[in-house]
Design a protein around this ligand. Sequence first.
Ligand SMILES: Cc1cc2nc3c(=O)[nH]c(=O)nc-3n(C[C@H](O)[C@H](O)[C@H](O)COP(=O)(O)OP(=O)(O)OC[C@H]3O[C@@H](n4cnc5c(N)ncnc54)[C@H](O)[C@@H]3O)c2cc1C
Length: 429
Amino acid sequence: MIIIIIFFTSMALNPALQQSQIDIAIVGGGPQALTIATHLLQKRKDIGRKFLVFEGTGTWMSQWRERFAALEIPHLRSPAVHHPDPNPHALRGFAESRPDELFAPYDLPSTQLFADFCQDAIRRFGLEDKIVQAKVTRIIPPPQTESPYHKRFRVELQDGQLLSARRVVLATGTSKLQMPSWVGKIQTPYPKDRLCHSRNIDLRCFPAIQNSSERVLIVGGGLTAGHLAIGAMRRGAKVLLMARRQLQEKLFDAEPGWLGPKYLKGFWAETDWERRWELIQLARNGGSMTPAMMLRLRRAHREGQLALYERCQVVKAEWLGNCWRVGCDGGQVYECERIWLSTGTKFEVAAEPLLADVLDAYPTPMVNGLPVLDEHLRWPGCELFVMGGLAALQVGPVARNLYGARMGSERIVPALIKASVGLSRARSA
Ligand SMILES: Cc1cc2nc3c(=O)[nH]c(=O)nc-3n(C[C@H](O)[C@H](O)[C@H](O)COP(=O)(O)OP(=O)(O)OC[C@H]3O[C@@H](n4cnc5c(N)ncnc54)[C@H](O)[C@@H]3O)c2cc1C
């Protein structure tokens, strides 16, 4: 043990890091991480010296901002009370001088308002210097046999630096792209930029699809498909929007009943993890469009800018050298120059390489890729806490959303600040 400590302390440190031993390492700097950081500080002001946030880009909320900009999303889907500050009314207060940036219904904050609010929260909570620009490449948990007083994780950073942390909060938001099965069966070679998943699309890279005869096929029925359709039409493309079901119209991606006891009481009473997983699928029920987006798409459809194919699935695609020929389950054949897949992402442990060593050392039951965590979202047997979509079996269908970050933080924070709830007890950080 002494040798390991000497090794850690003798390494050249990332300039932003003042120490090689920390109490709490938060991995990721997105909304989930920001939410737990503010909740920790709200409960215990002096905890700030005990944690650091490791974010590959070195900037809070960078991935969030990037996706909103890439998809040209004007406002959030969730209402103004959903945000990383522990005070649910804080965003409304912040928006007092900017009322026209709260959109109906339920005051949906504009993208800029939300970004400014988060920046303000980062400042108010003194979180600017809590973030370390470092990608975490490996989390090695302590051996099961280690005494609780000495249990520490080894956290490896991309620059080769090693840290030791007593507790780790994983908030990387990592998920796997869901690709339709026909994509793997395409036999003709094709230019990679002609078939893209929405996560890899940046509308800003298509300043104008000058040639107005360019046709873009968008596959999917969720709100992201809608944003892509609007973006492509704005650039002069002809859009074919194809969904395997009839488009679903919903204000939010899960019923508001999933934010409180109305549905969560029954969910938490369910002791069968498989059944909980089914309830999550039923609640999210694939993708859906907001009424406002549906209105815009139906209008574009009527005006001939958008072809809408509902209850239609691609079964085959071939690249003809200058365009795609796409065959559907009803026998229809369409041609287009680009295919954009808005087919979603899936949260599963296997998609997060940082969990490989943890899973090896501390096996836990899995339900369709989701880990069974304890009530504090702690990986059974060690002090690693999981936030976001991977915590859905405990938090419920909105685990990946802003409100899920709040619910997750409310579960994790007591385990981080109350010795009686923690597994290990620190003699020193
Ligand atoms: C387009 C879009 C719109 C959405 N709109 C809403 C909405 O309106 N309301 C709502 O409630 N939810 C919304 N969501 C869902 C959800 O709130 C977001 O996906 C949110 O970004 C999830 O937060 P996160 O912190 O889990 O992940 P992210 O925002 O992805 O943050 C994770 C961070 O971790 C970093 N990271 C990853 N791996 C490592 C590593 N190994 N080392 C160091 N850093 C790492 C990444 O760089 C990233 O910055 C939306 C999602 C998308 C994609």
